[in-house]
Design a protein around this ligand. Sequence first.
Ligand SMILES: *Cc1c(COP(=O)(O)O)cnc(C)c1O
Length: 410
Amino acid sequence: MHRLPEDDSTVYRIIQKEETRLKSTLDLIAAENQPSPAVMEAQGSVFSIKAAEGYPGARYHAGCGPADELEQLAVNRAKTLFQAEHANVQPHSGVTANLAVYFSVLEMGDRVLSMKLAHGGHLSHGDPASITSRCFQFKHYSVNRHTECIDYDEVNALAHQYRPRMLVVGASSYSRLIDYARMAAIAHKVSAYLMVDMAHIAGLVAAKVIPSPVSHSDFITFTTYKTLMGGRGGVILCRDKFSANLDKTVFPGSQGTPSLNMVAAKAVCFKKALEDEFIQIQRNVIENAKTMAAELQQRGYRIVSGGTDNHLVLVDLRSKGIKGHIAEAALESAGIIVNRNPIPYDPEKPGIASGIRLGSPAVTARGMGPVEMREIIALVDTILSDPDSRQAFNTVAGEVARLCRRFPIK
Ligand SMILES: *Cc1c(COP(=O)(O)O)cnc(C)c1O
């Protein structure tokens, strides 16, 4: 940065603080990642200036030659990467992508069946705190109390009782694979649309290291900043027959101009996602998450559902007698960044929570492997076993600093 330090030293200093924080802490937030410098350059580019209401070839502003070329490239790359019939790369975020899908085929008050937030779902899947719950009538499925996995028989029974117009699949803190063929069969039997929100796992799907929901679904939504390693923003994929309505619902229905700088970043991340290096990173993400889960179990922690098939591990802290919000704060003080998370059937309020959610993507992007994962879990355990100990804090903070120096952010 050249101009900012002079023009606004206050903002510049805060940005520097954030850079220092990123470089000197271990990011285990499952929803975060380390995007490539190329993605960062694209999103900081002059495309942030251009107003381009509409779509390539059909804009409501002049001067859209390069904008059209860019957006069409991003669309084509998204379709190739995910083998989709249609892609819309304009949604500003995952939530606005979901809103656009709902409003493209549902009427106000229609019934929707989706996963409960407290069991791994997302706010925008009809949680009472989300405006989605005021527009449509959501009913939620849970995970099974014993397996802590989706109970497809329960989803099927609820779908037959409730007769939703849409079945929403996908989650924010669910560590197991989802049987999309089975969900599609359920949706089909009750004539419901199937939408899969793959925000968390889009990178794993792109690399084909876990099954893809695309061929089973009417609509797919995702964000590019999680496992996909891109910038912030949302994308929608759908079947051709829904494309005209969907595009109209994004613009002019629910957004104005697209953020073309973010569209540029999306195009870059789609290209990178086809490369061998990306595919290897996604394989490592899963191996690292499995290593974390196994190491935690060895140290006496209970892992929700008994393990993980993806990039995240949901840890039940009750056996250690520590609550989620205390664990989160204690770990942060030593430089390990996680989030408290409700576990299924959690007796605690969400602000306290009985669990923490750990993710492997950001540390994997820094080049860390299974050896470092075991080291990190040992550090986590040291803190959680004695969250008030000065000595534990000093040891762990020193080790965190050492790991961060050995695996610098590019
Ligand atoms: C992260 C996430 C979103 C929200 O994305 P934003 O870009 O923060 O709006 C939506 N759905 C699921 C399942 C998510 O995990």
